[in-house]
Design a protein around this ligand. Structure first.
Ligand SMILES: [Zn+2]
Ligand SMILES: [Zn+2]
Ligand SMILES: [Zn+2]
Ligand SMILES: [Zn+2]
Ligand SMILES: [Zn+2]
Ligand SMILES: [Zn+2]
Ligand SMILES: [Zn+2]
Length: 1833
C-alpha cells in the first residue's frame, strides 16, 4: 500500500517524509534522516511556551493540541514508514501472526486486586490478575487477596509460579503452540525496517533521557534556529515534605498557595516539574532563590518547630511504650532530632534547563511509550526490540539495558517508571531475553544496590524492584547461581554494604545498620527469593556455587555472633539504654534465608557434610583458645565434671549466636542421611567440637535470660528486656530460642547425663544450693552479716539484710528456672529430627497450647504461630482435627474451641508460653477441671519417642544428679526450718518426676530391654529415698495447691513400679486394678459434681415456681399495669409513654379518650441528685440533647440550602432535603444545675486553650458538651413539660357543633380575604418585591358575618381568643428560657454551618428577632418523628412499644415543647404563620412563594397547623399567652383536611406501569371507589394516565403510601395527649391501616378538586414523574455493596483521581450514602472549606450529608465516620472472612464477604443519626486518634 493515503498535514506531508526516509534507509542513513527531522520538529512541539511547559498553566486544550501534534507530526510518519503502509492495517496483520499468549503478564496498577493461591503458589509473590483468577481453578482453593502496590504483573501461564494449574482458561489456549522464532513470521521488509527503526528510536530515547548537559543538545540534534528560552526544573526528593516544598515555592516564585500545591503534586507524581519559563537569567534567579529558601527554612525556622514536634512524638511514644517498657533517654531524643534535622537541611534539587533539552526529553518519554505500544502488537517486533536493547555495540560500551540499569538513580520518577515498564513489557515477556536481562542484572547487582543505597527514592521506583521478577523464577535463579555465582554476589553485596573487612573478618557497621536498614535490607529479600525453591537435583556446579554462597553467609553470621554483649549492672542503673533494634532487624530479615539454606543442605548428603564442616570450623574459630577459656572442676554427689569457668552474672553475654544456631539447624538434618553426631566424615581434617563447645554459648544466653526472669538484671534497663522479649517472640524464636534448646539437646545427647547436669547447675550458679547445708549457709550468711552490722553499728543494716534476702530470692528463682529449662530440654521433642514427629504434629501442639489459654479467633491463632517463607503457618491443615469453630454474632469474631480429648496434651511448661500465657492457661485449665469435677492436676503429657540421635537424652531423667536434685527440693519442703524452697519449685520437681515416670512406662512398654531405671533409683536408700520424700509431702498444707498433682505422681509411681516388678504379661491385671481405683476416684468426683448440679437445678426450679405462682396470684395486677412480661425490659420501662391498652382509644378530636398516664412526673437531677416534680410552673428540668442538621431523609441527595436567609422553615418540601434531627441520652438535670455545669466547662476550656491546643472530642465554642453521666455528645437541652392538655384543658371542643365543611368554609374565606388584601396592596405599589408575601389575617367577625348563624356561632366559639386567664403566667421563667434556648439551638444548627456560637444565660441573642426561631423547633419535632417512623419501619417493628426509652423520651419532650410553643410566642407571628400554611393548603389564587400541595410535606404541615391554627384570628390587641380553646376540634378537622390533601398528592404522583399489573384479583368496593376518584382527580389536574390500575392495585398503593403519614400522626398525637395506643399497633406483622384510621373517622374526599386545578400543581406534574416524590416514600438506605470484596477493590482500582487526568487515586473512598467514589487523603483533591483546605471526604460530607458522613476506605477495608471538620473515627468494615473476622488494611488477605447484619447495623447507626455520638465516644476512648487530621481525609 502506498504512503500517499496518509494525506497531508499542516506543514508536514506524511507521504513525502516517508519517501525521504525510505531513500535514506536505502542509502543506510536512516538515523541521520530521523535525527534531522526530530531536531527540527521536536522543539516546535514541546515546551514552546509557558502555557505548555508549566504544569499549572497547562490547559486541557493545550495538552490536547500538543498530543495531537506529536501524534501527527512525529509518530504517524514513523509508523507509516515502519509498516510500509497503513499502520492500523499492518499492525492488525502482525497481531494475527502472534501465537495465542500463554502468559498473561498484565502489569498491575496501584490498587488493583491480586490473587494468590495458597495451595498452589510457588512463593507468595506469585499472583493472578482478577480476570485470570476468575477463570482459573484456584477460585475454589484457599486463596489470598491483596491490592497491588503498582509494578509487578500477572503470573498466569508461568509454569514455575504455580505447583499446579498455571493456566487460566484464557491462557490455556496458548498451550501446545509451536514456538517458532517469532521474527521469522514477520514479513521480510517489515522485519528489516523494524530492526533499524526500533534501534534508532530506542537509542534516541535512552540517549536523551540520560543526557546530562542542561543547556545544549548533541550535535546531530541541534536545530537550525536557536531559541533562547529556559525553564527552572524542580526535582523530587523524599527528604523534603510536601509542606516544605510548598512553602519554599510560595516564597521563591511568589505563586499562590494553590499553585504551589499543584507544583508539589506534580513533582511528587512525576519526579520533576518546571516551575518557571523564561530567559536564562530569570530562571537562574528562581533556582537560587528556591534553593536558598528551602535550605534556610530547614536550618532556622523549622528546626525549632520540628524539634518540638519530635519531642512530642518521643514523649508520646515514650509514654505509650511504657507498657512495653521503653523510655528513650533525653540524650537519645536529642541526637535523633539533630540527626534528622541536619539531614533535612539539604536544599531542594533545582536545575535550569534549556527548553530544547526539555522538549527532547519529553519526546524521548513519548518514544518509550510508543515502543511499548508497538511491541504489544507483535511478538516479532518485541523480539526485535529486545535484541537491540541487549545488543552490545561494537565499541564495547554497555548495551542499552545495562546503561539504563546503571543510570537508574540519575533519572527522575516518571522516566524511571517508564523504563521499568518497557523492560517489563518487552524483556521480561520474552523467555530468552529475560534470561539475558537477568544475567546483566546479576552482573551489575552490587552496583545497582549501591546506587539505590545512595538514592532517596522509594524502592517501588527503583530498578531493584525488578528483582522479584527474576529471582522468583526457580530455573532462572538456579541458572544464575550456577553460571553467575548469584548467591555469593547477593550475600556479599549485603555484607559489603553494612560491614567492613579487617584481617579477613567482617565488622558490622552499626551506624549504617541503624540508620539505613530500610534501604540496606533488599539483598536479604532477594536472597529469600533466590532460595525459595529447594532444588530437586544437584550437580557439581550447583553444589560448588551454593557452598561458595554458604561460606559467605557464614562470614556474615560470624560477624553477627556475639553482637550487643551485655554485662550485668550491679549497684547502679545503666546510664544510657544501648541501641538493640538494628541487630534484631538484621536477625529478623536474615533468619528466613538461614533457615532456607539449611533446607537446601538437607537435600544432599555431600552438600550437608560440606556445609556442616564450614559451620563447625566457624564455631571452633569463635570458641576461643585454651588460654582465654578457663576450665574448672565441679562435683555433685560423687560425680565430677570439667566445666567452663564463666560466670554469667559477672561477665559479658550476648543474645546473638547465629553460628551456633546455624549449626543446630544442620545437626537436625544429619539423621536424614544416616549420619550421626560422631560420624567421622563430618569433620574431615577438623577436630570435632566437644560437647562443651556446643553447649557453652547457648547455655550462657539461656542462663542470662533465666537471671533476667529472676530479676537479677533489673538495672540493665529496658533494652535488655526487649531483647529477651523478642528472643522468645514468635517472629524470632525459631532461629533463636528454639535453636538454642536444640543445641542443648544435641550436647546433652553426647554427654554423660550427670556431667551435663553439673554443667547446668554450675552455669546457673547453683553449686551452693545443691549442697545439703545450703540452709545453714544462708542462715550463717544472714546472721553473720547481722553480727557484722551490730558490731559496726552502721547504717548498712538495710543493705546487707537486703542482699541476703536477694541472694535467697535470686537462688530460689534460679532453681525454678533451672528446673524449667530441664523440663524443656527433656520434653520439647516436637521438632522433626529431635522427636519422631512430623511438622503437622508440631503445629498441632502449638494450636492445642494456644487454645488451652482460651478459645481464639483465627487471626489471633495465626499470629501466635510462626510463618514459613510462604507466610503459611500450617494452621488450616490441623486446626479442624483439634478444635471446633464457633460462628460470631453481630459483633465480635468467630472462635475456635479445643476439642475435649486434647486437654490431656496440655503442658503448663510449654516453652513457647510467655509467663502471662502460662498463668492464664493454668487458670483456665483449673477452672475447667473444677467445673467438670476432675482432678485439678495438670500432669505432664505423654511424650513422643526421641529420634535415634537424641535417644540418650532421657538418661538425664534417671541419673544420680537428677534424683539427688529432686530429692533435695522435696527434703527442703519437708524441713520446717528451710527457707530455700518455693511452691513453683515443687511444681516443677513434681512435673519432672512425672516425666521420668511417663518415660519409664513408655520405654518399658515399647522395648522392655532398654535400661531406664528411675523407679529403682528413686526408691533406693529407704527412708532417705526420693520416693519416701515424695510420700512425706502428702498432706502438707504448704503444697496444698499441688496436692492433686502429688497424688497423681504417687499413683503413677506405684503403677510403674508394679508394672516393672511384674512379668510383662501379668501387668494387665495390675493395670486394670489401678485403672479401676483411678476411675473409682474419678467416678466419685463425677458423682459429687453431678449432685451439686442437681442441687442447683432444684433451687432454680423452686425459684421459678415461686415466681410463676406470684404472677398467677397477682395476675390482675400485671394486666392492670399492662406490663408485657415477654418483651425486653429496656423497652418497657416504667415511665415509657407508649404503653399498651386493651380498649380502643381515640387520640384526636373532642371524643378522645382520657389521658391514662402522665409520664415523666418526677425526675431525679443527675447533677444534684434531688427529685423534682415536672410541672410548668416549677423549676425547669431538662434533658441533655443533641441537635444536628440532617439530610438522612433527603429524597434529593445533594440538594442543599441555597440561601439560608431566605429559607422558609414553614413550608417544607416533601423530599425533606434538609432538616434538623434531635436526640437525647435521656438524662435529666435541673436547668440551673446544667447551666452551672456548662459554664464550668466553658471556663475550663478557656483556661485550656491558653495552654495548648489539642483537639477535644467536643467543641465548646459550638455549645457542645458531654452528658455529665454517660458522656454522650450533646449541644443543647430540651425542657421537660407536662402535656399541654393538663395545663390548659380544652374547655369548649365538646360543646361546639361545627361541621367540617363549615369549618373549612370559614378558613377558605379567611385565606381568600387576606390574599386579596395582599394583592391589592401590591397593585397599589405597582411593583412586586422578592420578599415573602406578608399575609395578615382578617378579623374574626369579618369571616363569621358571611356564615350561617349556627356555623358562625360555632366558629366564633372555636377561635375566640381568650386573654383573661393567660397561659403565660402558668409557665415559670426558667421553662420559658429553656424553650427559647432549645429553639435557638435548632435554629442555628439548621441555618448556619458551622452553627453560630450559642450564648447561654439571659443575654439577648441577635437571632431572637427572627420569626423563624420557634418554627425550626417545630420542624425538628416533625423531622425526628419522621426519622423514628423510618427506623421502626426499616426494622419491621410495631409502631408503639418498640421505641427505646431514649427515643420515646425525646419525642415526648419535643412534642410537648412544640405544642406549648404556640401560645408562648408572639401571637401575631403565629397567626401569620397559620395563614401562610393555610394559603398553601387551601390555595385560592396563585401566589408567589407559596408552593402547591405537591410541594408540601403533609406531616410537617399538620404539626405546624396544629400549633398555629388556634391563634389564627388574634389581632394587635391580643396579648401573648392567651388560653387556647378548641384545640381538639381543630385537630380533628385539620387531620381530615391534611389527610385529604395527602391523598390527592398521592393520587397525582401515582405512576403505574403495565409491568406492575397484578394477577386477577377480586375487585372490592373500596377499590373501585379509589379508581373512580383516581380518574377524576387526574382528569381535573389534566394528567395523562397511561395505565389505569386495578382497584386492588390502587387500594394497596394508597394504603401503603398514606401509612407513613398516619403512623407519624399517631405518634405525634399520642405524645401530645398521652392517650394510650391501640393494642394492635404494638405487634408487628398486623395490618396497620385499619387501626390507624379508626383512631379518627375515615377521611372524606368529597372535598374539592381545587387542589388539582391550582396552576402550581399542573406545572409540577408537567415536569414529569421523576421530579415528584415517589409514594410510598421508601426508607433511605446506604448504597448496596457487592457481596465479594474483590469487586469493591476492583471498583476502586478503576477509579481515577477526578482532578488529574487519569491518575490513580491513592486512597479511593466510597461514600456509603450516595455511592460516589472520592480521592481521599490527597493533596490533588483538596478543596477550600471556609478558607481551610480539606480533603475530598470532608468536602463531600457538606454536600452529601450535612456535615456527617460514612465512608468505605477501599484499600484499607475499613469504615470511616466523619462529623464536622475535625472529628472522625475508623470502624470495622462489614466485610468478614470465613472465620467471622474483618480485615482492616487487608493484612491477612483472606477472601471477604459482605455480612448483611453488620451492614444493617451501620445503616441503622446512620439513620438513627448516631454517627456524631459514635465518633465522640470513640475519640474519648482512644485519645491517640485525636492526632489524626481527619479534615485531610
Ligand atoms: Zn492475568
Ligand atoms: Zn490467564
Ligand atoms: Zn490453587
Ligand atoms: Zn439539680
Ligand atoms: Zn446521658
Ligand atoms: Zn485526587
Ligand atoms: Zn455522598
Amino acid at each position: 500500500m502506498a504512503a500517499k493515503n496518509a494525506g497531508n498535514l499542516e506543514g508536514c506531508n506524511v507521504s513525502m517524509i516517508v519517501q525521504q526516509w525510505q531513500s535514506a534507509y536505502d542509502r543506510g542513513q536512516l538515523k541521520n534522516a530521523l535525527y534531522q527531522y526530530w531536531a527540527q520538529q521536536v522543539p516546535k512541539i514541546f515546551f514552546t511556551s509557558a502555557e505548555v511547559a508549566i504544569s499549572t498553566q497547562r490547559t486541557p486544550d493545550a495538552v490536547q493540541a500538543e498530543e495531537k501534534l506529536s501524534r501527527d507530526v512525529l509518530f504517524e510518519p514513523l509508523e507509516w514508514f515502519l509498516c510500509g503502509g497503513n499502520p492500523s492495517a499492518v499492525f492488525q496483520q502482525l497481531q494475527a501472526l502472534n501465537n495465542p499468549p500463554q502468559l498473561c503478564g498484565k502489569v498491575f496498577k496501584v490498587g488493583e486486586p491480586t490473587y494468590s493461591c495458597r495451595d498452589c503458589c510457588a512463593d507468595p509473590t506469585c499472583v493472578f490478575c482478577i480476570e485470570c483468577f476468575n477463570k482459573s481453578t484456584h477460585k475454589s482453593h484457599r486463596y489470598r487477596m491483596s491490592t497491588s502496590g503498582g509494578g509487578g504483573y500477572c503470573d498466569c501461564g508461568d509454569v514455575e509460579a504455580w505447583k499446579q494449574d498455571p493456566w487460566c482458561d484464557i491462557h490455556k489456549q496458548g498451550l501446545g503452540q509451536q514456538s517458532q522464532n517469532p521474527v521469522e513470521k514477520l514479513p521480510k521488509d517489515v522485519a528489516a525496517r523494524a530492526w533499524e527503526v526500533l534501534k534508532i528510536a530506542l537509542g534516541y530515547a535512552v540517549d536523551m533521557l540520560l543526557w546530562e548537559q542542561m543547556d545544549g543538545l548533541p550535535q546531530e540534534l541541534e536545530p537550525s534556529v536557536h531559541q533562547n528560552t529556559y525553564v527552572t526544573m524542580l526535582f523530587n526528593d523524599e527528604i523534603h515534605t510536601y509542606e516544605q516544598v510548598i512553602s519554599a515555592l510560595t516564597k521563591a516564585i511568589s505563586c499562590q498557595q494553590k499553585e504551589a500545591v499543584e507544583f508539589a503534586t506534580v513533582v511528587d507524581r512525576e519526579g520533576r516539574s518546571s516551575v518557571r519559563y523564561g530567559n536564562r537569567k530569570s530562571c537562574d534567579q528562581a533556582r537560587s532563590v528556591i534553593q536558598v529558601i528551602s535550605a534556610l527554612t530547614k536550618a532556622i525556622s523549622c528546626q525549632q518547630k520540628e524539634a518540638v514536634e519530635f519531642a512530642t512524638v518521643v514523649d508520646r511514644e515514650g509514654r505509650s511504650s511504657v507498657r512495653y517498657g521503653n523510655r528513650k533517654s533525653c540524650d537519645q531524643a536529642r541526637s535523633v532530632i539533630q540527626r534528622s534535622t541536619s539531614l533535612r537541611s539539604k536544599p531542594l534539587k533545582v536545575e535550569v534547563m534549556h527548553t530544547s533539552v526539555c522538549a527532547h526529553q519529553a519526546f524521548a518519554q513519548k518514544v518509550l511509550n510508543w515502543l511499548g505500544q508497538v511491541v504489544n502488537h507483535s511478538d516479532g517486533l518485541r523480539h526485535i526490540l529486545c535484541s537491540t536493547a541487549l545488543q552490545q555495540p561494537p565499541t564495547g560500551d554497555p548495551c542499552v539495558v545495562e546503561r539504563l540499569m546503571l543510570a537508574d538513580t540519575a533519572l527522575w520518577k516518571t522516566a524511571r517508571v517508564q523504563c521499568h515498564q518497557i523492560m517489563m513489557g518487552s524483556l521480561l515477556m520474552d523467555q530468552e531475553s529475560k534470561k539475558q536481562f537477568s544475567v546483566l542484572y546479576t552482573r551489575n547487582y552490587a552496583q545497582v544496590q549501591k546506587d539505590f543505597m545512595a538514592d532517596d527514592h522509594d524502592h517501588g521506583v527503583s530498578i531493584i524492584s525488578l528483582s522479584v521478577q527474576i529471582f522468583t523464577v526457580p530455573t532462572l535463579a538456579r541458572y544464575l547461581i550456577m553460571d553467575h555465582d548469584l548467591l555469593a554476589i547477593v550475600i556479599r553485596t549485603f555484607l559489603e554494604q553494612c560491614a567492613s573487612c579487617r584481617h579477613g573478618r567482617y565488622l558490622l557497621d552499626r551506624e549504617k545498620l541503624q540508620k539505613n536498614f530500610r534501604r540496606l535490607q533488599f539483598p536479604l529479600l532477594d536472597l529469600k527469593y533466590v532460595l525459595s525453591m529447594v532444588p530437586d537435583e544437584w550437580n557439581d556446579q550447583l553444589k560448588k556455587k551454593f557452598l561458595n554462597g554458604f561460606k559467605i553467609m557464614v562470614e556474615l553470621l560470624t560477624s553477627m555472633q556475639g553482637m550487643d554483649t551485655v554485662t550485668r549492672q550491679v549497684g547502679q542503673h545503666i546510664e544510657m539504654e544501648p541501641e538493640w533494634e538494628s541487630a534484631f532487624n538484621l536477625q529478623i530479615k536474615l533468619a528466613p534465608a538461614v533457615a532456607m539454606m539449611a533446607g537446601w543442605c538437607a537435600t544432599d548428603k555431600m552438600v550437608l557434610i560440606d556445609a556442616f564442616r564450614t559451620a563447625v570450623k566457624a564455631l571452633l574459630e569463635i570458641r576461643g583458645t585454651p588460654d582465654t577459656v578457663k576450665m574448672c572442676k565441679r562435683r555433685v554427689c560423687d560425680h565430677e565434671a570439667i566445666v567452663v569457668d564463666y560466670t554469667v552474672s559477672r561477665e559479658p553475654v550476648s543474645i546473638h549466636l547465629p553460628i551456633c544456631r546455624l549449626l543446630a539447624g544442620l545437626y537436625l538434618q544429619l539423621g536424614r542421611h544416616g549420619l550421626t553426631f560422631n560420624s567421622p566424615e563430618l569433620y574431615g581434617p577438623l577436630q570435632p567440637p566437644s560437647a562443651m563447645d556446643l553447649l557453652e554459648k547457648p547455655l550462657r544466653t539461656l542462663v542470662m535470660i533465666a537471671q533476667v526472669h529472676a530479676e537479677m538484671w533489673k538495672r540493665n534497663g529496658y533494652s535488655l528486656f526487649h531483647q529477651v522479649y523478642y528472643y522468645h517472640n514468635v517472629r524470632c524464636r525459631a532461629e533463636m530460642q528454639d535453636k538454642d534448646i536444640i543445641m542443648l539437646q544435641v550436647a546433652c545427647a553426647q554427654m554423660d547425663p550427670n556431667q551435663f547436669l553439673i554443667a547446668l547447675l554450675n552455669k546457673f550458679e547453683l553449686m551452693n544450693w545443691i549442697e545439703g547445708d545450703f540452709d545453714d549457709f544462708i542462715r550463717l550468711f544472714f546472721y553473720g552479716r547481722r553480727r557484722d552490722v551490730t558490731e559496726k553499728g552502721s547504717s548498712a543494716t538495710d543493705v546487707s539484710a537486703e542482699s541476703t534476702r536477694d541472694l535467697l530470692r535470686f537462688t530460689n528463682s534460679l532453681v525454678e528456672e533451672f528446673l524449667n529449662l530441664l523440663i524443656i530440654i527433656m520434653g520439647e521433642r516436637y521438632v522433626p529430627g529431635v522427636g519422631q514427629v512430623c511438622s503437622e504434629d508440631m503445629v498441632k501442639r502449638e494450636v492445642i497450647h494456644q487454645l488451652c489459654i482460651s478459645p481464639m479467633a483465627h487471626s489471633d491463632l495465626s499470629k501466635a504461630l510462626p510463618e514459613n517463607n510462604n507466610y503459611e503457618t500450617g494452621l488450616e491443615g490441623v486446626v479442624h482435627t483439634v478444635a471446633s469453630f464457633k460462628k460470631p454474632g453481630v459483633t465480635g469474631m468467630g472462635r475456635y474451641e479445643l476439642k475435649a480429648e486434647f486437654y490431656k496434651d496440655y503442658n503448663p511448661f510449654f516453652y513457647h508460653y510467655t509467663r502471662a500465657d502460662q498463668s492464664k492457661s493454668e487458670e483456665a485449665q483449673l477452672k475447667r477441671k473444677k467445673q467438670e469435677g476432675e482432678s485439678t492436676a495438670c500432669p505432664p503429657p505423654e511424650m513422643p519417642a526421641l529420634s535415634k540421635e537424641f535417644s540418650s537424652l532421657v538418661n538425664v531423667l534417671e541419673c544420680d544428679v537428677f534424683v539427688h536434685t529432686i530429692r533435695t527440693v522435696f527434703r527442703r519442703v519437708n524441713s520446717s526450718r528451710s527457707r530455700s524452697w518455693t511452691e513453683a519449685m515443687v511444681h516443677r520437681a513434681l512435673h519432672l518426676v512425672g516425666m521420668a515416670l511417663n518415660e519409664e512406662k513408655r520405654l518399658y512398654q515399647t522395648s522392655p530391654y532398654i535400661r531406664f531405671n528411675f523407679v529403682k533409683k528413686a526408691t533406693e536408700g529407704g527412708s532417705s529415698s526420693l520416693y519416701a520424700a515424695l510420700h512425706d509431702l502428702l498432706g502438707k498444707p504448704r503444697i496444698q495447691n499441688h496436692a492433686d498433682l502429688l497424688t497423681w505422681v504417687i499413683d503413677r509411681f506405684d503403677e510403674v513400679k508394679a508394672l516393672k516388678e511384674q512379668k510383662p504379661g501379668a501387668s494387665d491385671a495390675q493395670k486394670a486394678k489401678k485403672v479401676s481405683s483411678k476411675s473409682k476416684t474419678d467416678a466419685e468426683r463425677k458423682k459429687k459434681a453431678e449432685a451439686a448440679r442437681k442441687r442447683r437445678e432444684k433451687i432454680l426450679a423452686q425459684m421459678s415456681d415461686m415466681q410463676k405462682s406470684f404472677i398467677r396470684d397477682n395476675l390482675e395486677l400485671f394486666e392492670a399495669t399492662g406490663t408485657d412480661l415477654s418483651s425486653s425490659p429496656s423497652m418497657e420501662v416504667e415511665g415509657s409513654p407508649l404503653v399498651v391498652s386493651s380498649q380502643h382509644p381515640v387520640a384526636v378530636g373532642p371524643d378522645r379518650s382520657p389521658a391514662t398516664h402522665v409520664t415523666l412526673t418526677t425526675s431525679t437531677c443527675i447533677l444534684c441528685q434531688e427529685d423534682q416534680e415536672v410541672s410548668a410552673g416549677n423549676k425547669c428540668v431538662v434533658l441533655a440533647a443533641y441537635v444536628q442538621r440532617s439530610t438522612a431523609l433527603s429524597k434529593s441527595r445533594g440538594k442543599g440550602l441555597e440561601d439560608p436567609d431566605k429559607y422558609d422553615p414553614l413550608l417544607v418540601s416533601p423530599d425533606l432535603y434538609h432538616g434538623v434531627h434531635t436526640s437525647t441520652c435521656g438524662h435529666v438535670m435541673h436547668a440551673d444545675c446544667w447551666q452551672r455545669f456548662y459554664e464550668a466547662i466553658v471556663a475550663k476550656e478557656q483556661r485550656r486553650t491558653m495552654r495548648f491546643r489539642h483537639i477535644l472530642s467536643y467543641e465548646v465554642d459550638r455549645g457542645e458538651f458531654l452528658c455529665p453521666l454517660c458522656e454522650t455528645l450533646s449541644n443543647t437541652v430540651i425542657p421537660i413539660l407536662p402535656p399541654s392538655t393538663t395545663i390548659q384543658p380544652d374547655t369548649v371542643s365538646a360543646d361546639i357543633s361545627l361541621s367540617f365543611s363549615d369549618w373549612l368554609d370559614g378558613l377558605q374565606k379567611t385565606v381568600e380575604a387576606s390574599q386579596q388584601a395582599v394583592m391589592k396592596e401590591e397593585e397599589d405599589k405597582m411593583e412586586s418585591s422578592d420578599d415573602l408575601p406578608v399575609l395578615s389575617p382578617c378579623p374574626l367577625p369579618s369571616i363569621t358575618k358571611n356564615m350561617a348563624e349556627m356555623a358562625a356561632q360555632g366558629f366564633q366559639q372555636l377561635f375566640e381568643y381568650m386573654t383573661e386567664t393567660g397561659a403565660q403566667a402558668q409557665y415559670s421563667d426558667s421553662v420559658k428560657e429553656m424553650m427559647k434556648l432549645f429553639s435557638r439551638a435548632t435554629y442555628t444548627n439548621m441555618l448556619h454551618d458551622p452553627p453560630l456560637p450559642t450564648k447561654f444565660g439571659l443575654g439577648l441573642d441577635p437571632n431572637d428577632d427572627d420569626d423563624r426561631v420557634p418554627m425550626t423547633a417545630w420542624g425538628t419535632c416533625a423531622y425526628t418523628i419522621r426519622t423514628l417512623e423510618w427506623l421502626l419501619r426499616d426494622e419491621g417493628k410495631p409502631l408503639f412499644g418498640s421505641l427505646s426509652s431514649r427515643q420515646a423520651d425525646c419525642i415526648t419532650a419535643l412534642v410537648r415543647v412544640v405544642t406549648v410553643s404556640g401560645n408562648l410566642s408572639d401571637p401575631q407571628t403565629i397567626s401569620k404563620s397559620a395563614l401562610r400554611l393555610l394559603s398553601a393548603l387551601l390555595p385560592q389564587e396563585p401566589m408567589k412563594n407559596i408552593p402547591c400541595i405537591l410541594d408540601l410535606d403533609m406531616f410537617f404541615t399538620l404539626v405546624f397547623l396544629h400549633v398555629t391554627i388556634p391563634s389564627l384570628y388574634c389581632n394587635e390587641n391580643t396579648a401573648a399567652g392567651g388560653t387556647i380553646r378548641g384545640v381538639a376540634l381543630n385537630d380533628k378537622h385539620l387531620l381530615h383536611l391534611v389527610t385529604a390533601a395527602h391523598l390527592v398528592q398521592i393520587l397525582l404522583a401515582a405512576n403505574f406501569s403495565s409491568a406492575d399489573a397484578p394477577m386477577d384479583t377480586e375487585e372490592t368496593a373500596e377499590g373501585s371507589a379509589w379508581v373512580k376518584l383516581f380518574m377524576a382527580v387526574r382528569k381535573e389536574a389534566g394528567v395523562q394516565t397511561a395505565v389505569v390500575p386495578s382497584g386492588w392495585q390502587l387500594q394497596t398503593y394508597i394504603r401503603e403510601s398514606v401509612l407513613p403519614f398516619l403512623r407519624c400522626t399517631a405518634l405525634f398525637f399520642h405524645c401530645h395527649t398521652g392517650v394510650q395506643s391501640p393494642a394492635e399497633l404494638q405487634e408487628s406483622g398486623v395490618s396497620e391501616f385499619e387501626p390507624l384510621v379508626s383512631t379518627w373517622s375515615s377521611p372524606r374526599l368529597d372535598h374539592h378538586f381545587k387542589w388539582c386545578r391550582y396552576p402550581g400543581v399542573k406545572e409540577s406534574l408537567a415536569s414529569g414523574p421523576a421530579s415528584l416524590v415517589k409514594y410510598p416514600v421508601e426508607v433511605n438506605k446506604l448504597v448496596p455493596l457487592p457481596q465479594d470484596y474483590s469487586d469493591v477493590i476492583n471498583r476502586g482500582s478503576v477509579f481515577t483521581c477526578p482532578r488529574s487526568d487519569g491518575d490513580d487515586s491513592r486512597a479511593p473512598t466510597m461514600c456509603l450514602v450516595c455511592g460516589q467514589m472520592l480521592c481521599s487523603q490527597s493533596y490533588c483533591c483538596q478543596t477550600d472549606l471556609d478558607g481551610e483546605p480539606v480533603g475530598a471526604c470532608t468536602a463531600h460530607i457538606y454536600t452529601c450529608g450535612a456535615g456527617v458522613g460514612i465512608f468505605l476506605r477501599v484499600r484499607e477495608c475499613q469504615i470511616l465516620l466523619l462529623t464536622g471538620k475535625t472529628k472522625g473515627c475508623f470502624y470495622p468494615s462489614p466485610y468478614l472472612d470465613d472465620y467471622g473476622e474483618h480485615d482492616q488494611g487487608l493484612r491477612r488477605g483472606n477472601p471477604l464477604y459482605l455480612c448483611q447484619e453488620r451492614y444493617k447495623k451501620l445503616q441503622k447507626m446512620w439513620l438513627a443519626h448516631s454517627i456524631p455520638e459514635e465518633v465522640v465516644h470513640f475519640m474519648e476512648a482512644n485519645a491517640s486518634f485525636a492526632t489524626i487530621e481527619w479534615q485531610h481525609l
